[in-house]
Design a protein around this ligand. Sequence first.
Ligand code: SAM
Length: 275
Amino acid sequence: MAGMLYLVPTPIGNLGDISQRCRQTLETADFIAAEDTRVTLKLLNYLGIKKSLVSYYEHNKAQKGNVILDRILAGETCALVSDAGSPAISDPGEELVKQCADAGVTVCAIPGPCAVITALSISGQSTGRFCFEGFLSTAKKSRREHLEALVTEQRTMIFYEAPHKLLATLESMAEVFGADRPISLCRELTKLHEEVIRTTLSAAIELYNQQAPKGEFVLVVAGAKPEEKPAATAEDAAARVAELIASGMSRKDAVKQTAQELKLPKNAVYDAALK
Ligand code: SAM
């Protein structure tokens, strides 16, 4: 019988965030597939777990994915971890999940630390509707294209960013979204120097021109405001009055109702209707 693939989230800073279930899964799995075995070894030492590790990362995933899948199909249980946070979210794992699912292997994701959700919940921005945009490209042109595709996005937008690229990203965002767009910069979450700066794009640029950004960042950017409908014109008012009169309403009532519907002064509607 085939084994299983477990996706095991690990702390994004505070080691206390490892859950009982994650710990048990790491203990009971036959082997652990890790993004960087040295990073995972430190976590396992902290947890007092000894386990066989295989590396699974961006540049060996094509070949290692098959090896891992074969072991699972032969009956072993694999726990997949990344360096920090949830595997498969801007981290290796997406392809392995697809491979396992295609082969009929059960995949079980354990909920746990994830920088995008931690940042969104603490951001103070609207959380009802959001989109996760991952990392922007380092190349200016494609970074700009990515942002331009989001110019009318009304949902809260979440980005991962490295400190050395932060200023360039903020500048591109200010050019595309406007300098006044609200942003929450969530830094070093769950760590000693955790900080959330709720500000605007222009103020963030000013701040990080004065002090170099340090640590890990998640950027939570407010969505675009819904476009205001263009104000109704005299022609709109005249057409609506005519329509209401044709349906049997008196001119006086038609003017009154049109003024209410189109949010125009009654005398302006009356004049428009006369013309
Ligand atoms: N899969 C991970 C997750 O679910 O959290 C994300 C991995 S991605 C390679 C790493 C990026 O996540 C960092 O560049 C940063 O943008 C964000 N990140 C991770 N830990 C963070 C933390 N403690 N505080 C702020 N951002 C963090």
